[in-house]
Design a protein around this ligand. Sequence first.
Ligand code: 16G
Length: 260
Amino acid sequence: MEGPRNNGPEGDSIYAAAAWFRDGRGPRYVQLYRHLASAISSGRLEADTQLPPERDLAELADVSRVTVRKAVAELVADGLLEQRRGAGSFVRAQAPKLEHPLSRLTSFTEYMLARGKASTSQVLTRGLFFPTPEEAMALGISGGQVARIERLRSADGTPMAIERSSLPVDILPYPERVETSLYTVLRDQGGAPTRAIQRITAINLAPSEAQMLSLPDGAAALRIDRTGYLPSGRPIEFTRGVYRSDIYDFVAELRMEGTT
Ligand code: 16G
């Protein structure tokens, strides 16, 4: 084993099998990958920390070198580690998380613009469809069709979210007009939501979603269902979005009742 590395207060114990391996929770390389990814995003493994060499890491973690290699390769592919020639693997400096205030109703485009990022949308589905019972219930409609748009949303070229939005046909008769911003099209036609209710759930990504968001299968993410209302109280938007939890932090301001 080589000399001490800059591994923070926990030293090498962070790599020990007891710290990350649980029976029945999937392949070892995936569990090791998840453990290291979360240690990096939480700051327990700081930027520029050098990982032990493959042979030592295999010994510390009580796994084969192939397992270590696979986990490290995934972390490099995700941009969490970098390999420096002849020196080994190092933790890369992480982009700060984007804080998303929950009390303000913003669109993806506005939110990213406010952070100096350019948003793009890749349309996955767009058209008029018969509503699912969930869409019909959320939008308060009993028959006819809904306009549906499914988009992969990116900021400065990084995939951030997959959003599937459904709206009553009279609100969005031509879904093909939505290129980047749904709310811009709605405002141009006289009405974007002014109030919304969101439900946030922690999920693990399905393989197809993980691939689109450039994350490993089963990675943690946030699912947010938003129902958006016009000032009249009419629900006009039901969006189910899956957001990268390694980039998004949703922040809520809370006030004690009776104070301002
Ligand atoms: C946000 C909303 C989403 C809305 C979209 C419109 C959340 C969790 N979701 O992503 O419901 O449809 O903005 O953005 O904030 P756009 O105008 O850029 O299409």
